[in-house]
Design a protein around this ligand. Sequence first.
Ligand SMILES: [Zn+2]
Ligand SMILES: [Zn+2]
Ligand SMILES: [Zn+2]
Ligand SMILES: [Zn+2]
Ligand SMILES: [Zn+2]
Ligand SMILES: [Zn+2]
Length: 247
Amino acid sequence: MGRQNQSTRATSQGKQHFSHPHNLKIVNPADQAKTLTCNACEQPDNNNPYLHGCNSCQYYLHENCFNSPRFLNHSSHPSHPLTLHQIPTYSSRSFTCKACGSAGNGFCFSCACCEFDIHLQCASYPSSILVDKHPHQLELHFGSPYEDKSMAYVCDICNVIMNKDNWLYYCASCDFGSHLKCTISPEVGVFPKQQRPIPNPTVNTINAANEAHEQIIAAQLRAQIEARGREAALDLLRPSGRRYSYI
Ligand SMILES: [Zn+2]
Ligand SMILES: [Zn+2]
Ligand SMILES: [Zn+2]
Ligand SMILES: [Zn+2]
Ligand SMILES: [Zn+2]
Ligand SMILES: [Zn+2]
């Protein structure tokens, strides 16, 4: 009888995030007049049950993007750890993603000294994958899969000539290759095991980030399972059409 939802009080203060000066509160996209876009990955709310947001600034983040680690050791750039930046450090305020070749204005993982930048969502492409577009497992390549690096090749899904500097999925036995986006839409901010930060006993800050990252992965999975309900949870446990390989 006229009871208030107790949980609203607990979350009314919101949470801090390094990317925004105000606390971010839980925002239900269904309550908004227009589709909300996540400022980190530049993707729409995609039926997410809630976003973290600041309505006065129109600033929103998906749960997974909110929880993205600040540092990441990614096998595409083994020499240095990548740092999550809210705004590209270049004067143009935009960056070109090494993975997909498109421009980005949202969050990026970057190595400033090498001018290496990748989209938040491109960082989460798994290193091997099985999809319904090809009968065999595809491997992620960070550039041309051929010994002769001058050889041109087209995407076997969209038939467009591929940029030799960008990443692709490739099956060596069939010589089948495809653009990242033609192959799969990545789960934003969900990082495959082999792309998680690698423990480095000499750097304490990185170790701290590793532990936090393990917790983030667990929290993201729990949140996804809760958000998508039981059917989606079963999908995560027993994917059928599409399987990630965690070697
Ligand atoms: Zn996002
Ligand atoms: Zn704000
Ligand atoms: Zn990209
Ligand atoms: Zn570097
Ligand atoms: Zn393609
Ligand atoms: Zn094949």
